[in-house]
Design a protein around this ligand. Sequence first.
Ligand SMILES: N[C@@H](CCC(=O)N[C@@H](CS)C(=O)NCC(=O)O)C(=O)O
Length: 205
Amino acid sequence: MKLYGENNPAPNPRKVRIFLAEKGIEVPQVRVSIMKREHKAPEFLKKNSLGQLPVLELDDGTYIAESLAICRYFEALQPKPALFGESAIEQALVEMWIRRAEFRLWNPMSQVWINADPRTAVVNPNQFKDYGEHNKKIVANNMRWLDGELSDGRAFLAGSSFSMADIVLLCGLDFSHFIGLDIPPECGALRAWHARVSARPSAAA
Ligand SMILES: N[C@@H](CCC(=O)N[C@@H](CS)C(=O)NCC(=O)O)C(=O)O
């Protein structure tokens, strides 16, 4: 088994590394340099035709792309600690918060990165700058919404247990910071949650 990924700040490979660290699972890792465009090389496109990271290679030659799919594979192999929830309601809430973190933070954040960040202009010369700028406001508003949600005093995004939803949100917020979108100062609950999950050893992955 091999995990193809990229160093931080690439947020999708990081999700898998944090997940594996929480589970205590070790997988040999291969770095694929995005800067060197190794993820678009013909050899790598045979592993993932979308040319994206992370990708998990199984010993039988199967390739699993999509960070969440890779994590679900390991969850099925090693259910404890459960990071996608245990009971029906826990599983539903983890799924709900994963989707909300993706749709409400990751999607607008990605549009800022693709359309408004000078570092991506080389690979995306047709940036829609106004759209990118507009998404900065959406990110800030949705951070405020997340702050309101976390103001009820729960320890983690989907309830009292750390879960995949926390991993998705953490990686999204840290990448947001990398592209200059910080948590608004007044968002005390979101900041406290961020400090709490960042203090876990897995966050260093
Ligand atoms: N939905 C995919 C997204 C993967 C993705 O966009 N990965 C980034 C690195 S963080 C990448 O490979 N970007 C290069 C590209 O899209 O060309 C997942 O969750 O794994």
